[in-house]
Write a protein that binds this ligand. Structure first.
Ligand SMILES: N=CN[C@@H](CCC(=O)O)C(=O)O
Ligand SMILES: [Zn+2]
Length: 430
């Protein structure tokens, strides 16, 4: 049994307690369950008590000596942040494309001329397992420094079986070796490989008949994602791929309506996807269909920012009853960042969401987007001891004061892994 952790006297303890079993919608997204002068006792990796400091001191005063006491006076305490959409495992970077886009080239033009996703695919194909692991591990350390304790990770820079497998195996190894929980998604349908451009349906067949069954058999992913976009996979192909995944127990996710309207939101509702992501160009009909089916809208304002596009209409989605989550979309082409707190700021300024809604979108609703709401996303007895402490006095200031990493302390599975903004020593690879 490890040392208990006693986080004491937070100026605001954001619990998000209550009604965890469905993602939060509309006004529920503003109910943060804040306890002032709040404390949490964590033991055996699990939250044992949540309340005011007076209540918890009374309960545990006899055991203070055995606990790692973390003084959160004047600070904000939240559930460990959750990033429900990343392309964590990849090699290299694409600052050359950034430069090209600044001179007028578009994301799709670069991709269609063999760069973009294809460029990262070539780098990822030639990288060793060990190189991908090292890059991914360092990225996870950065996530942790920004207060993130769970990350979804997609494959998709393979476009053939060996590299897709390598990415999924690296993600699994990262989940095993790094303190952050990594939740895996198969995204073999990220782009159509050049050699299949004349016959994309043949690649769809390969995904459906060969890759998806193998991924499911190996137990290497929980979700199946597809880039449904003009010039990539059509809604019909996307549907076939997502339904094939479902037959093998892989839960559908979808990159929907990112660059052009393509009825991706409608498709997400039709196939019962757990989330539809991006949604910059989603139709109102699609949003309503998502709201009806409880499909989480995972919004990625960092991508819109980086691609100099107009953000998804987060305000409208919340008002229509779509359960909204937020994510970095961490990837080398359209969102090279691990800063979920920066994304939270963009959620307010670029999508019209309130600071309270944004907190819900990066905790309990993000947990729903990756089917982890039973374990994480709120500070409640029985949930994992995943907690982030920020050097700000209230939750609004976290969104308001941007471009600064306010993360002070991170507790993961009941262990302090970041203290004073620094990773504890055992986590560094070198
Ligand atoms: N849009 C498709 N996929 C990624 C970008 C991948 C890349 O450009 O490397 C995204 O979610 O933004
Ligand atoms: Zn993505």
């Amino acid at each position: 049994m490890g040392t208990p952790i006693f986080i004491r006297n937070a100026s605001q303890l954001v619990t998000l307690q209550g009604s965890s079993d469905a993602p939060r919608v509309k006004g529920e997204m503003s109910e943060l369950g804040i306890i002032e002068k709040g404390s949490v006792w964590i033991e055996d990796g699990v939250i044992q008590a949540v309340g005011t400091d007076v209540e918890l001191f009374e309960k545990y005063s006899g055991r203070l000596g055995e606990a790692d006491v973390v003084d959160a006076t004047g600070k904000l305490v939240t559930p460990g942040l959750i990033d429900p959409h990343t392309h964590l495992v990849f090699a290299g970077s694409r600052e050359n494309e950034f430069n090209m886009r600044l001179q007028g080239a578009t994301y799709m033009e670069i991709m269609n001329s063999g760069g973009g996703i294809y460029a990262t695919t070539r780098r990822t194909q030639s990288a060793t397992h060990e190189e991908l692991f090292q890059e991914g591990y360092e990225r996870l350390n950065q996530f942790l420094r920004h207060g993130v304790t769970t990350v979804e990770a997609k494959s998709g820079y393979g476009m053939e079986w060996e590299t897709e497998l390598k990415q999924l195996e690296v993600a699994k190894q990262l989940n095993d070796k790094h303190v952050i929980d990594v939740v895996s998604t198969f995204m073999g349908a990220h782009a159509v490989p050049k050699e299949y451009k004349q016959n994309p349906d043949e690649f769809v067949r390969l995904l459906i008949e060969e890759m998806i069954p193998k991924v499911a058999k190996l137990g290497l992913a929980e979700f199946n994602d597809v880039f449904c976009e003009h010039g990539v996979f059509t809604p019909e192909q996307s549907k076939q791929i997502l339904e094939a995944g479902l037959r093998y127990g892989l839960i559908p996710k979808i990159h929907a309506d990112e660059i052009e309207p393509y009825e991706g939101a409608e498709l997400a509702a039709e196939v019962g996807a757990i989330s539809a992501d991006h949604l910059l160009k989603a139709s109102e009909k699609g949003m309503k269909a998502m709201a009806d089916k409880g499909v989480v809208g995972v919004l990625l304002p960092g991508t819109a920012y980086f691609l100099m596009a107009e953000s998804a209409n987060g305000r409208k989605m919340v008002d229509l009853g779509v359960p909204v989550a937020l994510s970095t979309d961490c990837n080398p082409g359209s969102s090279p960042t691990v800063s979920l707190p920066f994304i939270m700021n963009l959620g307010c300024l670029k999508m019209g969401m309130t600071p309270a809604e944004v907190i819900t979108a990066t905790t309990i609703n993000a947990a729903h987007a990756i089917n982890r709401w039973r374990e994480i996303g709120s500070l409640e007895v029985g949930k994992k001891g995943d907690v982030t402490i920020f050097n700000v006095g209230n939750y609004m200031k976290l969104q308001y004061s941007y471009g600064v990493n306010h993360t002070d302390t991170v507790v993961k599975n009941g262990q302090v892994v970041v203290r004073g903004g620094q990773l504890v020593e055992e986590l560094s690879l070198s």
